[in-house]
Design a protein around this ligand. Sequence first.
Ligand SMILES: Cc1cc2nc3c(=O)[nH]c(=O)nc-3n(C[C@H](O)[C@H](O)[C@H](O)COP(=O)(O)O)c2cc1C
Length: 163
Amino acid sequence: MKKLAKNMMLCMQPVPQTIVSCRDKDGNNNALVVGFAANVSLDPVMVMVGIVPTRHSHHMVKESGSFVINLPRKDFQKEYSYLGSKSGRDEDKFAVFGIKWENAKYVNAPILTDCPVSIECSVVDSIMPGTHELFIGKVEAVHVDEEYLDDNGNILWDKMDLM
Ligand SMILES: Cc1cc2nc3c(=O)[nH]c(=O)nc-3n(C[C@H](O)[C@H](O)[C@H](O)COP(=O)(O)O)c2cc1C
């Protein structure tokens, strides 16, 4: 028999494990852990990330109209924990933790090169239904480490040791 849970927060499980990277108008890079992330459209391909306005990354996504969703492997746990607990407001997270990055190809944001999948997004809309601003992003490109792509460009999800 089912009973009612007292705490309804995060009742949708599993929560995705992603790292969203972004850049401010002065060219400073940052990244944060985001569990509020989902696919929202197949055609055009769109995704969404939810970011609390008090996060340092929030104004960066607003300013640039861009973000990248990076999917980490299990061996990125230390970096994941760091990016999800420290704020770019207090330190340059990329410099302090030696996070490797390169410029995205189509949007104004960095890509985390040690993550096997990085999804470049342009913000097309946002809504604020509650605690998180939900940024809807049009997917401009999906970068995948070549060992995880078959000859037709399909992503071999089962081969990746994603977190
Ligand atoms: C597992 C996990 C999931 C998280 N999910 C979110 C999220 O969906 N949205 C958000 O704004 N913050 C989320 N956070 C918190 C931010 O990653 C964290 O506050 C980070 O330090 C903010 O960095 P910033 O101030 O440099 O942007 C999550 C943290 C963890 C550990």
